[in-house]
Design a protein around this ligand. Sequence first.
Ligand SMILES: [Zn+2]
Length: 239
Amino acid sequence: MGMRRARRRRGRRKGRPLFVVTLRSVLGVLAASLLISIIVSKGVIPVTAVGPLKGYAIFIDPGHGGIDPGACGITYTEKDIVLKVALLLGARFEQSGAKVVYTRTGDCDLESSDVSDVEARIGLMKESKATIALSIHCNAFTDSYETGAQVFYNATKHPGSKKLAQLIQDELVRSTGTEREISARLDHFILNHAEIPAVTVELGFLSNPGEENLLGSAKYQQELASCIYEAVLAFLASE
Ligand SMILES: [Zn+2]
């Protein structure tokens, strides 16, 4: 029935000069695009709303903070470096339309009179209803020879965690030249309590002076954030 009606409508238009319709359509398109550009330039429609990650929520936990510096190098502390990378990464996600839930965006811990720092971070992860969880840390070891970024996951939790870890590790290998491989040998509270794909990214070793300098550089922090971003994009596109 719908088709017959459509055909009849088209039939009625037969007698009209073609250029009127064409001119009207062109003017319509011009007016619409002008309206859209005005709305976008005024910021009424956030540009982020149309990105590839629209509809996703991503949980980012920069480790440590406040009274807990984490690992310490000669110049830099883990809490500062992981926060910088986390914020760069979160900004990329937000530009792509995702909602980002951070455990912290400043130099603070999450301990209160009610809950411990760890409990607060786990609570935020559960409340976030996020699609994936990313915990960001730096490594340190007694032997300063150890270097390289490495991604950890919990093999007994969500099956997507290993795949996400591998995608991030692949990007890190390609971009930073780390020779490390993904590992399930990390007892970490975020990994242990996540019901969603979750990984801990150890960005590198602050106990290695060369790598510490790299980790402290804005360019390398951006590179690390890009690696994680690209891998997450690939992971979510494949889900
Ligand atoms: Zn740490």
